[in-house]
Design a protein around this ligand. Sequence first.
Ligand SMILES: NC(=O)c1ccc[n+]([C@@H]2O[C@H](COP(=O)([O-])OP(=O)(O)OC[C@H]3O[C@@H](n4cnc5c(N)ncnc54)[C@H](OP(=O)(O)O)[C@@H]3O)[C@@H](O)[C@H]2O)c1
Length: 200
Amino acid sequence: MRNNKTIFITGGNRGIGKGLVAQLCYKHNVIFSVRSNQKGQETLDDLSGCKAKFVVMNVDDPNSVQEGVNKLRTLVNSIDILFNNAGILISGIQNDNNALDTDEESIMKTFNTNTLGVLRVTRHIVPLMGNGGRIINISSGMGQLDEMESGSTAYRLSKTALNALSKILSNDMSSKVTVPVSLKIRSEKMTISPKSFPLS
Ligand SMILES: NC(=O)c1ccc[n+]([C@@H]2O[C@H](COP(=O)([O-])OP(=O)(O)OC[C@H]3O[C@@H](n4cnc5c(N)ncnc54)[C@H](OP(=O)(O)O)[C@@H]3O)[C@@H](O)[C@H]2O)c1
């Protein structure tokens, strides 16, 4: 990928999001979202020399997304790449709950973060993108219909719907931005392997 892209990453304080910040912040202009100033500062303290900046944003809450984007707009004029990374898998329903035993509240909460949250953020970021922007929605093999198994019903539903959303966004905005739909995450190595498209 060429240097000096402006990149926004949601959920950048731990896990894959923090890994993305760490990989990209030395060559690119990276802004990541966190749910508190403390988490943002701790992340930067861990990544010595990283020049990334952060904004506070809870993707569950439209007002918080708006406030985060307002702050983002004070930091940058445009965004080249959006990583919709923030996501949840509610503990307790991780492995054993089948669909019939999964409570509706868990399904709605997970959908609100993993699916609607992506749409909320994307709605605000697309106006900041010029032609050639990229939106990378971090999905999961657990949302893939041809690999669907049992368990983690709420999470699986949210990621299958996210895959649909990626495809719809890709169709809607094909002339302006690219929304790849077959990005695979290999969790054992915590690497993202862009199989079907170049990041540059
Ligand atoms: N790890 C895997 O094996 C794997 C495999 C396939 C796909 N994925 C996907 O990859 C993404 C990252 O996974 P991960 O394992 O790195 O997760 P993680 O370590 O649990 O980190 C999740 C990140 O999302 C943030 N987040 C959660 N809910 C949020 C909300 N409502 N608003 C804003 N930020 C929120 C968290 O912030 P807080 O610290 O404030 O909670 C944290 O920064 C997720 O979308 C996940 O579904 C992960």
